[in-house]
Design a protein. Structure first.
Lengths: 217, 216
């Protein structure tokens, strides 16, 4: 089965109004080439789910700068003043979520769970509108699963099927978002014949499409 | 007073114990890494997926796939480990961190803190801070005593909370303050600062008896 697609095929998958998860932590581990390709399409009204807003000229910040994002779900936007400005002007809806809660909500979706119970955010503004559940005299917030139409992953090694490993701290959100979207697209730094099954982080069945990165070969 | 940040970081470093797994926040807390006593083995965890975070990378060491939680190119120490964000927050939230050191905008008599938003002005977001202070076994606030003269140590936080009743110790350039059930205990003062000066720079009530001199 051939999952390898080119730029045109990738761009045909991107539609107005989609929800898209993007890997990366302050753009380390973000599939920049795929972001650039989305910028070219000019699709609008995207919901972007990722750790942070990146920088104005890097990571998902490029989509925000091109006014393609309607809603951002993230834990931090402090490195992208333009995102903060759009939010203040009411032009970008931003849902800030504690990082550990956000990643567990994404994992919960892929894991088939109905939600998670976390002590994080109890008695803060994060609690507003949420169910508080007390177990063994401890309060927890019920947080719902988060899934998406697409997940854009950056992996280091892939074999022909899409068994993936990641590089150092570029791993971050990538293997988790690969669990929780209808279509998972991985940008690959290096294609190899074999990956030791002991070291595979994301098994190939989670990956729907593969794109060869600039360093491929 | 000499370098304020250095005074705070040096004093926080005295709280470290051999074998501790520690997460240092950005800014002043990250400077604590420069003062870890050489006889101790302390492991730095950071939320972007690493145990054994080392110093910033020199130009010839730069690896674009290895960064610290500020997004700067960094290094990993011998015997380090990488993991994904879900695992990173299992460590953080699950009570596996011995200590986290964070800065703050406000901290109060109950040990609550506010650090992630100034409504209408500054909305950086909480990142991993809420998880860190909720999950770590010990929480140290490392901060300047005031924000340009305005006390940061309040009777009650006015800004939206990062977490309710989580702080164990507050270290500033003026004082070391322990958080107990009955309030804030002033336990150390900078040698150049009087107890009266500390009280004047603090909105919260300080309980004290014997106040030691900070080693600086």
């Amino acid at each position: 089965m051939n999952k390898w697609i080119d730029k045109k095929q990738f761009q045909s998958l991107i539609k107005d109004g989609q929800s898209i998860m993007v890997g990366g932590f302050l753009t380390c581990g973000t599939p920049e080439m795929l972001i650039d390709w989305i910028v070219e399409t000019n699709v609008k009204d995207l919901t972007i789910i990722c750790n942070d807003a990146g920088y104005p000229d890097k990571g998902v910040g490029k989509l925000i700068a091109n006014n393609q994002v309607k809603k951002l779900i993230a834990s931090h936007i402090g490195t992208n003043p333009y995102a903060g400005k759009l939010m203040g002007d009411g032009l970008l809806e931003v849902n800030l979520i504690p990082q550990g809660t956000l990643i567990e909500q994404i994992r919960a979706y892929g894991a088939g769970l109905g939600g998670i119970l976390t002590p994080v955010g109890v008695r803060t503004s994060i609690q507003e509108g949420k169910q508080v559940i007390t177990l063994s005299n401890k309060e927890f917030l019920l947080e719902e699963p988060i899934g998406a139409d697409l997940a854009l992953v950056n992996a280091y090694y892939s074999d022909r099927l899409g068994n993936l490993t990641y590089a150092r701290t570029a791993r971050n959100f990538n293997p988790i978002i690969a669990l929780s979207a209808k279509h998972v697209i991985a940008l690959i730094d290096r294609k190899v014949d074999q990956i030791d099954p002991e070291t595979v982080i994301t098994p190939h069945t989670f990956i729907h499409y593969l794109v060869g990165g600039e360093n491929i070969g | 007073m000499d370098n304020i940040k250095e005074i705070i970081a040096k004093r926080v470093a005295k709280e470290l114990k051999d074998g501790d797994l520690v997460n240092l926040g950005i800014g002043v807390p990250s400077l604590v890494a420069n003062y870890i006593p050489s006889e101790l083995e302390v492991y730095l965890q950071s939320e972007n997926g690493i145990i054994g975070l080392g110093p910033l990378a020199n130009e010839d060491e730069i690896d674009i796939n290895l960064t610290n939680p500020s997004g700067q190119y960094a290094t990993i120490k011998e015997n380090g480990a990488y993991f994904d964000t879900a695992f990173s927050f299992i460590i953080i939230r699950g009570g596996h961190l011995d200590l986290t050191v964070l800065g703050t905008l406000e901290v109060d008599e109950e040990g609550s803190m506010a650090s992630w938003i100034i409504p209408g002005k500054l909305v950086p977001g909480m990142g991993g801070s809420m998880d860190l202070v909720t999950g770590a076994k010990r929480v140290i606030i490392a901060t300047t005593h005031t924000n340009k003269g305005i006390p940061k140590i309040k009777k009650k936080c006015q800004l939206p909370l990062t977490a309710y009743r989580v702080v164990d110790l507050i270290v500033t350039e003026m004082a070391v303050i322990e958080v107990h059930d009955d309030g804030l205990h002033l336990v150390e003062r900078h040698p150049d600062v009087s107890i009266e000066e500390i009280i004047a720079a603090t909105e919260a009530t300080l309980i004290y008896d014997e106040v030691k001199i900070m080693e600086v």
